[in-house]
Design a protein. Sequence first.
Length: 299
Amino acid sequence: METDLLNKTFVVTGATSGIGQAVAAALAQRGAGIIGTGRSPERCRQAEARLRALRPAGSINYLAADLSVQSEVHRLADEVMETLNARGLAHLDGLVNNAGTFTYWLALTPDGIETQWAVNHLAPFLLTARLLGALQAAPRARVVTVSSDSHYGSHIDWQDPQLRRRYNGLRAYGNTKLANILFTLELNRRLGTQSSVRAFAADPGLVKTDIGLKGTPAVVNWVWKLRRSGGITPEESARGIVFLLTEPSIHDSAEIYWKDGHPKRASRAALDEQAAARLWALSEQMCGMKNEEPAYASA
């Protein structure tokens, strides 16, 4: 694993708390430039101040955006590129698609999309598309999307991928984590084996975070608190993600799903190449990319 990241720059979404904040801190402490994102401008300011205290001389910026809204994802991508340009950079060394949400009840975004599907899957898909040129400009770059073992047992109902007819929050969450791996699978296929960009999906493990406590009934709150009590810290989880971003020896690995620096077998549904291609086409349509120039051409 590269220990000196002085000339590297990484975007980390959901970097104001939990795993994302821990990943950003670990990278910054090794000299990397960081562009972190969060939903709240105030929490972004606080997180940026914490990282600057860790590494006062570093290039650290936080950008606020609501990733449930596609216009906000586009704005964020523009601001990331402006930040890179302001630093005199034309490339990006890594993107961590970490931001995620859980909604127990069916909730639609301003775009009319189920919230978990919008934040956990479509936002990483769209942000990666928008930043791909900068990633391809780096000598070697990584896209790491944080999935979960919640994908096991999940399958996408192509007649109702957002589960709007019979919503179940836990099932919807599992489906988005399945989509994260299918996205990674298809992205690598489209990039090709000679690409300078490599994508991985990460299982962060059971982590002590608050994702299951927001807007959930009291009994679900209690179960989540009980379950997470046996979990690992965000800092422990972050190590596996930083490994995927910075370990040179795995760049050409055929393995796409990893945990704690080791390959892990994803579910059969997550390795279904036809499903991955079908999800890609659906995602393009939902992001308004269907009639644009083909993205993700091999480098």
